[in-house]
Design a protein around this ligand. Structure first.
Ligand code: PLP
Length: 453
């Protein structure tokens, strides 16, 4: 603990944290996380905390997986780095691109033949902005520039990715969005339903906001629509079952590209390798990052359907890339991670066992006096903290009830993330039913502590 205090002082003096209010941080000092194993993290004061957020939606295979460390070690000694710019290549990214292409089911008989690698989800979405505009240029339709996204979406923090995102606070601080990006409302039933409207009716109405926007802009100017299958950082916003089929009908009708941002939803999180399978949607591009390596090293990228890949590959140089596009160490770890997930059948285990069990146990949290709605999709879940259960009456925003609850969760021994008055989780996929029971008990106790506060 004394060295932890020294670390906190250094942290406060030198480390600019992402998405953090530094005055609030300095008042308490950062919690120093020292090590982790399985689904548990430990802090410098010796507290053991169940990691309900898988780090930051990424440690799907859990902590302490030696084979991932071994893969990195081996690759570092063999070839730590070589670029892929000089008409050169290395083995791990080639094998990984081929593996991802195998894992991603074809849509309408068309395979995801190619992968563009980055080091993060943000860079992958920046890539998407350039890639779809390049595609339409090559198709002889250079006026197709506009990309439509959704309010409250999170697509990353670089200038283009934050513009694609629909976080108003990010736009305000960065003078965003950049030109050529438009937003529609998110399919958040609990906030946007009309009185008496069913989730099914709402889902169709919400999807039609896309059609209205396309017609407002002019269909000939629209390049693509980007969306997360389930909005994650926006608060685990689970669309009604009718939403995605209607979105697909609309993108098909106007011939615009569909980008499925699966930075959170892929690699077993929703019980499939890729979430577009679950929703039956047919993306042209799929953004991935995070759990492709279970977060052990940074890696992201874009899976490109052959319809788009053929045009790009025949179109001369695409003037875009990163030093670390196809980093051998990151790709070697990803290959080991996918092998591990396949051996342990993690997507299947989620689909058939742990997600249905989590759904049942998490739904029971709605019996707590503070909880209005509790819903899950695969291994993500969100609940709404309410002041009045009967009417789903919400707390005033300035009470920051979510942040209070998050602090109680940490103190009780479970990580939950607060997004306004929504409390969300995305635990490691290696969880057993007994682990889920433990997690739900801890959440219940943290809710009790919040209520007492
Ligand atoms: N897209 C989605 C859906 C995300 O959730 C995130 C990060 O949380 C990103 C993109 C950005 O990824 P990164 O933080 O790796 O840049």
């Amino acid at each position: 603990p004394s060295s932890a205090r020294a670390l906190q002082a250094l942290d406060s003096a030198h480390f600019l944290h992402p998405f953090t209010d530094h005055q609030a941080l300095a008042a308490k000092g950062a919690r120093v996380i020292t090590h982790a194993e399985g689904i548990w993290i430990w802090d410098a004061d010796g507290h053991r905390i169940l990691d309900g957020m898988s780090g930051l939606w990424c440690v799907n295979a859990g902590y302490g997986r030696r084979e991932l460390a071994d893969a990195a070690h081996r690759q570092m000694l063999t070839l730590p780095f070589y670029n892929t710019f000089f008409q050169t290549t290395t083995e791990p990214p080639v094998r990984l691109a081929a593996r991802l292409s195998e894992l991603a089911p074809p849509v309408d008989g068309r395979r995801f033949t190619h992968v563009f690698f980055t080091s993060s989800g943000s860079e992958a979405n920046d890539t998407n902005v350039r890639l779809v505009r390049r595609y339409w240029d090559l198709m002889g339709q250079p006026q197709r520039k506009v990309i439509i996204s959704r309010w409250n979406a999170y697509h990353g923090s670089t200038v283009a990715a934050a513009s694609l995102g629909g976080m108003r606070a990010m736009h305000e601080q960065g003078d965003l969005p950049i030109p050529g990006i438009e937003h529609i409302q998110q399919p958040y039933y609990w906030d946007l339903r009309e009185s008496g409207e069913t989730p099914e009716a709402f889902g169709v109405r919400a999807a039609r906001w896309l059609e209205e926007k396309i017609l407002e802009i002019g269909p000939e100017k629209v390049a693509a629509f980007i969306a997360e299958p389930v909005q994650g950082a926006g608060g685990v916003i689970i669309p009604p079952a009718t939403y995605w089929p209607e979105i697909q009908r609309i993108v098909d009708r106007y011939g615009i590209l569909l980008i499925s941002d699966e930075v959170i939803c892929a690699f077993g999180r929703l019980g499939h390798w890729f979430a577009y399978e679950k929703f039956g949607i047919k993306p042209d591009l799929v953004t991935f990052a995070k759990a492709v390596t279970s977060g052990y090293v940074p890696l992201g990228g874009v899976l490109v359907n052959e319809r788009v890949a053929q045009v790009l590959c025949a179109g001369g140089e695409f003037t875009h890339g990163y030093t670390y596009s196809g980093h051998p160490v990151a790709c070697a770890v990803a290959l080991a991670n996918l092998e591990l997930m396949e051996r342990e059948a993690l997507p299947q285990r989620v689909r058939e066992d742990t997600a249905p069990y989590l759904a049942q146990r998490f739904a029971a949290l709605a019996d707590h006096p503070l909880v209005g709605v509790a819903e899950t999709c695969g291994m993500v879940a969100g609940l709404i903290l309410v002041r009045d259960k009967a009417t789903l009456g919400r707390f005033p925003e300035e009470w920051a009830v979510g942040m209070t609850c998050r602090a109680h969760c940490f103190d009780t021994g479970v990580v939950m993330r607060a997004v306004g008055d929504r409390m969300i989780i995305a635990p490691p996929l290696i969880m057993t039913r007994a682990d889920i029971d433990t997690m739900i008990d801890l959440i219940w106790r943290a809710l009790d502590a919040t209520l007492a506060d």
